[in-house]
Design a protein around this ligand. Structure first.
Ligand code: AMP
Ligand code: MG
Length: 401
């Protein structure tokens, strides 16, 4: 049997980064910068007012007090967006709004609150220091500075900065495009009637959501019956647009194992089926279809999602350059004893209390108990050689929250 670590490595080696692309700012959120960003201009772009008030020469307000205000004629009105270049003559004021360009010669802004708010002339009740309430060009960003670094994730604030710098697009590492195929002749779409022996298809929506949650794109999430022609028809249609294919089902030891049947025959396309020493999720496969990597997951819903967590999510995130490709792993104290099969690394669903550093196994270990996984926030990671973990023991836990 192959170890979990070895199968993780096989899959990580298959999933390659895509070349960088240039995207519009609006499409860049959450992606990883492919290059440093150098500021093409300074911020603020020009000296401007930090307050609604009056641009003055500070010395003209030297004598101003609340009891004996200084009165200055208001020579100009400067709202934000005024584009002509003004000069403030000595002994005058310009009414000015926040963000409006400072007139040449002005050395301070008197906030409107320290005046009578006059339009023709203004009474100033407070003296003002040179530089007061002025935002200087370049005090935030100097043109030519590196403001963001390659490999940083594009955040809302980063997008705001890029837009402020006048950039309309940026180079990023694109999302991996993933095709999800569920297999099984028993599967029907939720929302339709079940006939005896049928069940609702649930892996497709679950794996597609996990792909998106990992930061990748879903090309399509399709279902095929246990029929090689149907399965390969889905591959032929969507695989050319995919960087990775994930199938579920059809890889165990029974008959009608469509994924095995499609690739498992001699001389076939290089998909290798293996047993991995883990529970859930022992039957696994990986390889390439017409050059595109494929990971074939087992069909039991818990096996499928846990396998995605263990093998695919870290590799996908790493290929996109995303930070923390691995789930955070913490040591936590087990509240109740658990058992684990000899020779298999067991991933049990669990409830982690991170503040208390305690973890409780949640639900039975069998791989069809999706209900428990739905409310779990952690996986217990029980090593291969451990068969029993007593209450009070410390275990490694994957934090899914
Ligand atoms: P398989 O790996 O195809 O042998 O499937 C193992 C178990 O998982 C069977 O009980 C299947 O009915 C179930 N199963 C497989 N695929 C899905 C799916 N997409 N949605 C829900 N159950 C599934
Ligand atoms: Mg099946």
């Amino acid at each position: 049997m192959r170890s979990v670590t070895e199968h993780q490595r096989v899959i990580a080696d298959m999933i390659a980064a895509r070349p960088a692309i240039t995207v519009a700012l609006a499409d860049a959120l959450g992606l990883v910068l492919a290059d440093d960003v150098v500021a093409p201009l300074s911020l603020p772009v020009f000296d401007n007012s930090a307050m609604d008030g009056y641009a003055v020469r500070a010395e003209d307000t030297a004598a101003a007090t609340p009891e004996r205000p200084v009165t200055l004629p208001v020579a100009e009105d400067i709202p934000a967006g005024r584009t002509d270049q003004l000069t403030l003559e000595p002994g005058t004021a310009h009414r000015i709004m926040t963000g409006a360009p400072l007139p040449a010669g002005a050395t301070a802004i008197v906030p409107v609150e320290a005046t009578d708010g006059g339009v023709q002339s203004v009474q100033i009740r407070q003296h003002s220091e040179p530089g007061k309430h002025i935002r200087r060009a370049g005090e935030d960003v100097d043109a030519g500075t590196t403001v963001l670094r390659a490999r940083e994730v594009v955040t809302p604030a980063a997008l705001g900065l890029l837009a402020a710098l006048g950039l309309a697009e940026l180079p990023v590492l694109p999302r991996q495009r993933v095709l999800v195929i569920s297999t099984g002749s028993e599967l029907v779409r939720p929302g339709t009637e079940l006939r005896p022996g049928q069940i609702y298809e649930s892996n497709g929506i679950m794996l597609a959501a996990a792909v998106r949650e990992a930061g990748a794109d879903v090309v399509a999430a399709e279902t095929a019956g246990d029929d090689v022609a149907q399965f390969t028809a889905v591959l032929d249609r969507y695989a050319p647009d995919a960087d990775l294919i994930i199938s579920s089902g059809g890889v165990s030891a029974g008959a009608y194992e469509v994924v095995k049947d499609a690739f498992g025959r001699e001389g076939d396309q290089g998909v290798q089926f293996v047993k991995v020493a883990m529970q859930p999720g022992m039957p696994q496969g990986a390889g390439r279809v017409a050059g595109t990597p494929i990971v074939t997951l087992p069909g039991n819903p818990v096996s499928a999602l846990v396998s995605f967590e263990v093998f695919i999510r870290p590799a996908l995130r790493a290929a996109m350059g995303l930070p923390n490709p691995q789930r955070p792993k913490r040591a936590a104290v087990l509240t109740e004893a658990v058992t684990s099969p000899r020779g298999k690394r067991q991933f049990r669903r669990a409830i982690l209390d991170p503040a208390a550093g305690r973890v409780t196994s949640y639900g039975p270990p069998a791989s069809h108990h999706l209900r428990w996984l739905a409310s779990a926030n952690a996986l217990l990671d029980i090593p291969e050689d451990v068969v029993e973990v007593p209450a009070g023991a410390e275990l490694q836990v994957w934090d899914l929250s």
